[in-house]
Design a protein around this ligand. Structure first.
Ligand code: SAH
Length: 371
């Protein structure tokens, strides 16, 4: 059987992996053994799966494979942030970013090639939308990053402890695969992450939020970015279909049915200089959210080529933050990580051509950033 006609086990949901084992005449517990080998130990072949009988290992090698997307570049920022570009075929690239912090290592993963939402300030959206990522292309980002920094089972301190779907794409527009991925992230036989440490970030796809409320239980972040519909219509075009009131209702409902959020949604708010960062807008935001149990994450705009926006001064960011705090909100101002390697929020792009020319120019300019 050729490589491509083998079933890629990384591409199966956990239910499908069980069905696959049954289709080979095996008991479903074989699936649990295989999951552990793959997601806890990083196995890429069947030979070493020594609790599985030899005939089955040979059979598996004939009909199945464990294949993550190939890494085409690895970059390390001065602040320790790492970014990998992964080849997902047809000249398409997706990026994944590891942010090491005191006590946790957060992996920011992509869920689509490009993004159809097209937020006015985001570099990913500017490149247009190509397609949804498959399960193997999404979970494969966690797999290959773990191959680099260690799987949790190995007890490595650097192992990934948190996963945020804040890379390229809108997770709720690829919801079937995103659900399969969250199952693999949470299952104790796989990555075994706490549901509070897996976050779906969304621009507010209301029908899908309604559909998953009470069924998917991971942390939720809402990209709000404006205190009123008039401005949000311009910044997040999806708002023209699902306005702020309907989004906040759906979010409240999701959070009420979830344990992972401890009752609160994270509101993300990109601060754009003189666009949405005035004191009046902070007051309006405080009023808007008064019935929404939340914490607020302020993200000073990360500049990129072709954006018509600027990053506000620190004093404007502070002022905005203080207004919200004076109303009793928990506010975190996100520090920019990895912007020297274009790994910060909204800086992920994804065309091979763009990518390769960037790598080439960087190598010319500073020689060693892709170490
Ligand atoms: N589609 C998802 C994930 C997007 S990326 C969502 O909308 O939530 C994660 C966050 O980064 C979002 O809040 C997004 O709006 C924000 N972001 C995008 N471009 C940015 C930029 N240039 N600077 C700062 N944050 C940005």
């Amino acid at each position: 059987m050729s490589e491509s006609s083998r079933v890629n086990l990384l591409n199966l949901s956990l239910g499908e992996l069980r069905e696959f084992c049954v289709s080979l005449g095996e008991k479903p517990f074989r699936a649990t053994q295989i999951m552990k080998w793959i997601y806890q130990w990083g196995a890429t072949s069947f030979e070493g799966m020594n609790n599985i009988k030899k005939e089955l290992r040979e059979k598996l090698a004939q009909v199945a494979e464990i294949r993550a997307p190939e890494i085409i570049s690895e970059q390390r920022s001065a602040d320790g942030t790492m970014k990998w570009a992964l080849d997902v075929g047809d000249g398409q690239v997706v990026e994944t970013v590891l942010i090491p912090e005191e006590g946790r290592n957060t992996l920011c993963i992509s869920t689509q090639v490009g993004c159809p939402i097209n937020c006015a300030f985001c570099r990913t959206g500017a490149g247009g939308f190509n397609r949804n990522l498959t399960i193997s292309e999404i979970i494969g980002q966690v797999f290959v990053a773990s191959q680099r920094v260690g799987f949790r089972q190995s007890g490595d301190e650097k192992a990934i402890s948190n996963v945020v779907m804040m890379g390229m794409g809108e997770p709720l527009l690829n919801v079937k695969n995103v659900i399969a991925v969250t199952e693999i992230l949470l299952d104790d036989n796989c990555f075994g992450l706490s549901k509070r440490r897996v976050t779906i970030s969304t621009a507010g796809v209301v029908p899908v939020l309604k559909q998953i409320a009470g069924k998917v239980d991971v942390a939720l972040a809402l990209s709000l970015h404006a205190p009123d519909d008039e401005l949000r219509d311009k910044l997040v075009p999806l708002n023209r279909r699902h306005n702020i009131a309907s989004v906040l209702n759906a979010v409240r409902d999701y959070v009420a049915k979830s344990n992972a959020n401890c009752g609160r949604v994270t509101i993300e708010y990109v601060l754009l200089d003189h666009v949405n960062d005035s004191m009046e807008q902070a007051e309006a935001l405080a009023r808007l959210l008064k019935d929404v149990p939340c914490k607020i994450n302020l993200i000073p705009f990360n500049p990129h080529d072709g954006a018509d926006f600027n990053k506000p001064s620190n004093s404007r960011v502070d002022r905005f933050c203080k207004v919200l705090m004076s109303h009793g909100y928990t506010v975190i101002t996100r520090t920019t990580r990895g912007d020297d390697i274009a790994a910060a929020c909204g800086q992920l792009a994804g065309q091979v051509k763009d990518k390769l020319s960037k790598i080439a120019s960087r190598q010319v300019s500073d020689g060693d950033s892709a170490s």
